[in-house]
Design a protein around this ligand. Structure first.
Ligand code: SPV
Ligand code: MG
Length: 431
C-alpha cells in the first residue's frame, strides 16, 4: 500500500475537496496535513474556524487515515517526516504564489523517488465570495481585531507605511516568493511624517485628526490589513479619549502615542530639535485614561518612548516603558535615530529579561542594516518601515519634473514612468 500526503488550508469543505480526497485515498493510505493559521495568513485570507476544528473536520472524513499539522507553506518538513510515496495537490499551484512551494516539493520528492500527482482544481463560489467579503466588506470590528490576532500568531510583524489609497494597495498586495513560501506585509503604518509630507505640511501635529481620518478612510476603503496609526503625542488627554473612540469605531487596530510635550517635531531630528519629553506620570495618566475610554477589547494603545532619541539612555527608556506598561499600555515602541541598532538591541535585551510578553515595536529607519529577522531574534514584535514608499516615490517625481522642464517635453522621463496601458489597468474598474 502506497503512502499519500495532502495538505489543506481550507476551512470550508466543498464538493471539489471531497472529490480530490476520494481520488487521493484511492492511491493509498492518506495522511492529511492541516496548515496552521500562521502559515495560512502568509498567503491568503484569515481562517474562519480555529486549527483544532479544522483538524476535526478532516478527521471525520472517510478515506483520511491520519491528520497532522503542517506549520509552513513549504512541504519540506512534512516530506522529511512522512516520506510519502505520493503527494497530491490541485493543479492550481503551478502558477502564482505557491509555484515556488511546488518546485521545492517536486525536487524533495525526486530525491527519493516520490511522486507528485496533480488533479484539476475546482473553483468554489463560496470560497471566492468569502475572500471577496474579507477584503471588500471589511467590517471595522473584524479589521480592528486583526492586529492582536496576528501578534498572537506570529513572533514578529512586518509593517510598511501607507499614506493614501494607492500606497495602501501596495502594502496590501505586494508579495515576494522566497524559498518555500511567500512574504507579505502584515499591517500598515499611517505615519504622521508621511501623511503630513504628502499634504505638503511639516510633521508638527499641524494636520488635524479630521484630515488624518480622510487619509485613513481612503486607505481603508480599498484594503483589509490592520492599521497602526501614528498618533503623535495623542494631544490633550481630554481630547485623546474622544479621538481614540472615533478611531476604534473606524476599525483602526492600534494607536501609538509618543511621550513628548510642546510643539512636536519629528524624532529623526534627534536631540537637536529642542524636544521636551513628557513627565512619566502625566504620560501614564494619558495611557490609563485611553485604556479606560476604549470600548472594544481589541483596540491597542502603544506607548512610544523617546528617551533614546533625546539621549537619555537605555535605563531611562526602561524605567519609562516599565511605567507605561503598568499604566495599561498594550505595547511599547522604542525609537532610536542612531546609525547602528546597538542601543535598541540593548533595550530589547534588558526589557525582555523582565517582560517577555509585552509587544515591542521598532522603527529601523536610520539603523536599517538590521533585518526584521535580526530584530525579531532580539525580541521585537513589530518592525515598522515608517516612510519608505513616500521617500522612494519623491525622487522619481522630482526627476520627472526636472526632465520635463529641461527638455520641454516628457519623452526623456519615459523610463521613469510606468507605461500608459499599465496605469490604465492598475486599478480594474469592475472591482
Ligand atoms: C512617523 O513615521 O511619522 C514617525 C516615525 O513618527 S519617525 O518619523 O521616525 O519619527
Ligand atoms: Mg510621526
Amino acid at each position: 500500500m502506497k503512502t499519500v500526503y495532502m495538505c489543506f488550508s481550507t476551512d470550508i469543505l466543498h464538493s471539489g475537496h471531497i472529490a480530490i480526497i476520494r481520488r487521493a485515498a484511492a492511491l493509498g493510505e492518506l495522511t492529511v496535513g492541516v496548515l496552521t493559521d500562521e502559515a495560512i495568513v502568509t498567503y491568503k485570507r484569515y481562517p474562519l474556524i480555529p486549527l483544532a476544528e479544522r483538524i476535526q473536520l478532516f478527521e471525520s472524513l472517510c478515506g483520511v487515515q491520519r491528520v497532522v499539522v503542517q506549520k509552513t507553506l513549504s512541504y519540506r518538513d512534512a516530506i522529511a517526516q512522512w516520506k510519502p510515496d505520493i503527494v497530491v495537490h490541485g493543479d492550481d499551484w503551478r502558477t502564482g504564489v505557491q509555484s515556488g512551494v511546488r518546485a521545492e516539493a517536486l525536487s524533495l520528492l525526486a530525491a527519493y523517488g516520490g511522486e507528485l500527482v496533480e488533479f484539476p482544481y475546482t473553483h468554489s463560489a463560496t470560497e471566492e465570495t468569502l475572500s471577496a467579503l474579507d477584503s471588500k466588506l471589511n467590517m471595522p470590528e473584524v479589521r480592528r481585531a486583526r492586529l492582536r490576532r496576528l501578534l498572537a500568531l506570529k513572533p514578529c510583524l512586518s509593517v510598511m507605511e501607507a499614506h493614501n489609497g494607492l500606497t495602501g494597495l501596495i502594502v496590501e498586495n505586494a508579495s515576494v516568493e522566497v524559498e518555500g513560501g511567500v512574504r507579505r506585509f502584515d499591517a500598515m503604518w499611517v505615519s504622521s511624517l508621511c501623511d503630513s509630507t504628502a499634504k505638503g505640511k511639516p510633521d508638527i501635529e499641524l494636520v488635524d485628526l479630521t484630515s488624518r481620518i480622510h487619509t485613513l478612510e481612503e486607505i481603508m476603503e480599498v484594503t483589509a490589513k490592520p492599521i497602526i496609526l501614528d498618533g503623535d503625542t495623542g494631544g490633550l488627554t481630554e481630547h485623546f479619549v474622544f479621538n481614540l473612540r472615533t478611531l476604534e469605531r473606524l476599525g483602526i487596530s492600534a494607536i501609538i502615542i509618543e511621550d513628548k510635550v510642546g510643539l512636536k517635531k519629528n524624532s529623526l531630528f534627534g536631540a537637536d530639535a529642542g524636544q521636551l519629553q513628557a513627565d512619566t506620570q502625566a504620560f501614564c495618566e494619558k495611557i490609563s485614561a485611553g485604556k479606560k475610554a476604549q470600548r472594544s477589547k481589541d483596540f491597542m494603545i502603544f506607548a512610544r518612548c523617546e528617551s533614546l532619541i533625546l539621549n537619555r539612555g537605555v535605563q531611562d527608556a526602561l524605567a519609562r516603558c516599565r511605567a507605561y506598561v503598568r499604566a495599561g499600555a498594550d505595547g511599547v515602541m522604542i525609537h532610536s535615530c542612531r546609525e547602528t541598532p546597538d542601543e535598541v538591541y540593548e533595550f530589547l535585551r534588558l526589557f525582555r529579561a523582565e517582560d517577555p510578553a509585552t509587544p515591542v515595536a521598532v522603527v529601523p529607519t536610520t539603523y536599517n542594516t538590521a533585518t526584521e529577522a535580526e530584530l525579531a531574534a532580539r525580541g521585537a514584535n513589530i518592525v515598522i518601515h515608517a516612510n519608505h514608499l513616500l521617500r522612494s516615490a519623491f525622487p522619481a517625481m522630482m526627476k520627472t519634473a526636472e526632465l520635463t522642464l529641461r527638455y520641454g517635453r516628457t519623452r526623456e522621463a519615459d523610463e521613469l514612468c510606468m507605461p500608459i496601458r499599465d496605469i490604465l489597468t492598475l486599478i480594474p474598474a469592475e472591482d
